[in-house]
Write a protein that binds this ligand. Structure first.
Ligand code: 6GU
Length: 227
């Protein structure tokens, strides 16, 4: 999978060199390009924003540098462009699963009050475009959101996570929260591991874990159980 990121803070993405994603890049499974939006400006101050038409607070990102950046980065109809935005559709595990199947993702990180909407409209004429939000709160810019999305998507790309079974037994894969986990010692500071986990009875363990998933989901995320 090829991933391109366009941002005025390319140095944000240095952390993608480390950890699981860094290994996937070393092994050639994920190919990452980070582009500085200011490299696509032509004025002395490398201006990327301007005041909003119609008035109002804040600044809006100008369309021209974005247009030139996409001219360089977009390949063909196989590209999917993702604009992180608190006004987007919700990013979920299902979104991550869909995007993990794509050969080329491009993330356009907006700052200030957003990007001139014509950038999104024009990009949609030459690629599939999605405006995506992590949740109902506001971040200063898309960079941190894109980091989270790339981690969620990247670990679902075949070969990135060593043991694929670890992907099927986690929160949200079956619509429920994950069951609680325990390791040795069997007693720690007077707290015991639930005895069923030491029983060796695999049927009983599976049933207990499923009950724990249901209880936890009912308690903290009842919305996930609505039809
Ligand atoms: Cl994707 N971007 C920004 N700027 N804020 C957000 C978000 C994204 N998701 C939640 N808040």
């Amino acid at each position: 999978m090829r991933i391109d990121i366009i941002s005025i803070f390319p140095e944000f993405f240095g952390v993608l060199d480390i950890s699981l994603l860094g290994k996937a890049r070393e092994r050639g499974i994920i190919d990452l390009g980070v582009h500085n939006l200011r490299d696509f400006t032509h004025d002395r101050h490398r201006t990327v924003d301007d005041t909003p038409y119609g008035g109002g607070a804040g600044m809006v990102m100008k369309p021209e540098p974005w247009g030139e950046a996409f001219d360089q980065v977009l390949q063909d109809e196989s590209s999917v462009v993702i604009f992180p935005s608190p006004a987007g559709e919700r990013f979920t595990q299902a979104t991550a699963r869909e995007l993990a199947l794509e050969p080329h993702l491009v993330f356009g990180c907006g700052r200030y009050e957003g990007i001139d909407q014509r950038v999104i409209a024009h990009t949609a004429t030459r690629a599939r475009v999605r405006e995506v939000s992590l949740g109902d709160y506001v971040l200063n810019g898309g960079e941190v959101a894109v980091m989270a999305m790339i981690e969620a998507i990247g670990r679902l790309v075949p070969g990135v996570v060593g043991n694929p079974e670890s992907l099927t037994e986690e929160s949200h894969e079956d619509g429920l929260l994950e069951y609680p986990s325990y390791t040795k010692p069997a007693v720690w500071r007077d707290l015991e591991v639930p005895p069923v986990l030491l029983s060796g009875n695999h049927g009983a363990i599976a049933a207990w874990r499923h009950e724990q998933q249901l209880e936890r989901t009912r308690r903290v995320r009842p919305d996930l159980l609505q039809p």
